[in-house]
Write a protein that binds this ligand. Structure first.
Ligand SMILES: C[S@@+](CC[C@H](N)C(=O)[O-])C[C@H]1O[C@@H](n2cnc3c(N)ncnc32)[C@H](O)[C@@H]1O
Length: 419
């Protein structure tokens, strides 16, 4: 997953002014289809009513959270007629903190919804339609899988408290623990709860497979045995150790990252002769773990801290080098043969110049790892335009159980000669 896109404000007509539903009001509703945000949408008098915590077809009592010109936001308060896929929710903050969308959905159905989401995006493009999306690769840990938590510190009467900000109401929600977080993150919350006066945010990163951790910002809380403000921490993936700076990206689900590396390697069917570029390489996880199976790997990354980490993360590999720069610039200047190109861009997807360079360099295999299905489908379509590449595989990997988010690995093969 990469940088967040800035949310665009709605600037269309007021679609809800004629509907008499206000925050706190409760009303009975039959829930409509699921949207890409993981909520259901039902029209009441032509006004979209978006309900969190439900499933299509359920009859519920919903409670209005907030009115917007483009929608009325509500959450399920009571289920009158449940869907077959509904399960008991374990977390007491569900629908209060707004971090999870699908704690009420059986895990099998979550996997199916993610697969359907990817299929919908792909089917919107003529060059891609007809490709069947594989089953979603499930996460062994369905809870406590996150190695990284970003928390809000309360203000005024909540000063010093650790919690989350509800994304709909923008209200602060104090938490004692988050069921998505690694145990060590929750232990740290327990240590600092109520003691964070003067701070606005807190980040806790832990090694799921190491004892290393990183708590930001630097604080001096008297009587606490907690090191804060460190510059790096370490994580282990498939037996290799990776240093990660405070400002470097690292996947939040270490277990699924290992599986994603395995999936990538399996899909590429490498024979050891390949020159591979790992574009958007972060601290070098894919580059280093795939290096034993290819001749040479070149990682490209724009973040100075991540590229410094990557250089220290070789784990003995002698066929890997890293280039600091933007993928669109480095690939535009690239003049050597590339057999395999791995693209793992941020949420916005690839810069158009990257896709132009792919068509110029013509790697035999292009593998994309993407956390945003819409951007992925758009980029894959451009690569398949004119028949130069063929989409062979689409495989969702569940990096983020209990949420609507989906990571997808896609593989394209070159359909023409490289000369
Ligand atoms: C989704 S992360 C993938 C990181 C890595 N592949 C991994 O799995 O750990 C995307 C990475 O791309 C980097 N990035 C963003 N835009 C970039 C660009 N235009 N060129 C090169 N790197 C970029 C970010 O700093 C981030 O490390």
């Amino acid at each position: 997953m990469g940088k967040r896109k800035r949310r665009q404000r709605y600037s269309g007509p007021d679609l809800t002014e004629h509907v008499d539903l206000n925050p706190g009001d409760k009303f009975e509703i039959t829930l409509g289809e699921m949207n890409d945000a993981g909520d259901t949408v039902t029209d009441i008098d032509d006004a979209p009513v978006v309900v969190s915590g439900g499933l299509p077809g359920e009859v519920v009592i919903a409670e209005v959270q907030k009115r917007f010109p483009e929608r009325i936001a509500a959450k399920v308060a009571q289920v009158l007629e449940p869907a077959a896929e509904r399960v008991e929710v374990e977390c007491k903050y569900f629908l209060t903190c707004s971090g999870c969308q699908w704690q009420h959905v059986s895990y099998g159905h979550q996997l199916q919804l993610k697969r359907e989401r990817v299929q919908r995006e792909i089917d919107g493009y003529e060059n891609l339609s007809g490709v069947a999306v594989d089953l979603t690769v499930e996460s062994e840990k369905r809870l406590r899988y996150r190695n990284h938590g970003r928390f809000t510190i309360g203000k005024y009467e909540n000063a010093g408290q650790v919690g989350y900000k509800n994304m709909v109401t923008r209200q602060f929600v104090r938490i004692e623990e988050c069921l998505l977080m690694d145990e060590k993150v929750n232990e740290t919350i327990a240590l600092v709860q109520d003691k964070m006066g003067g701070q606005t945010q807190m980040s806790i990163r832990v090694g799921a497979n190491t004892d290393s951790m990183l708590v930001q910002p630097r604080m001096n809380i008297s009587g606490l045995n907690l090191v804060t403000g460190e510059q790096h921490y370490e994580e282990e993936v498939r037996g290799s150790r990776f240093r990660v700076a405070a400002s470097s990206f690292f996947q939040v689900n270490t277990g699924q990252l290992s599986k994603a590396v395995d999936e990538v390697r399996e899909l590429l069917e490498l024979d050891g002769s390949e020159v591979m570029i790992d574009a958007y390489c972060g601290v070098g996880v894919f580059a280093v773990l795939i290096s034993p199976y290819v001749k040479r790997v070149v990682g490209i990354e724009e973040s100075a801290s991540a590229i410094e980490d990557a250089g220290l993360n070789l784990n003995g590999a002698t066929n890997v080098e890293f280039i600091e720069g933007k993928t669109e610039h480095v690939l535009a200047d690239w003049d050597q043969d590339v057999d395999v190109l791995l693209l793992d861009p941020p949420r916005v997807g690839c810069h158009p110049d990257v896709l132009d360079s792919v068509k110029k360099l013509k790697p035999k295999k292009v593998l994309m790892v993407s956390c945003e299905p819409a951007a992925m489908a758009r980029d894959l379509d451009l690569l398949c335009e004119g028949g130069m590449y063929k989409l062979e595989t689409l495989r969702p990997v569940d990096m983020f159980p209990q949420t609507r988010h989906v990571e997808t690995i896609s593989m394209l093969t070159l359909q023409e000669s490289r000369d």
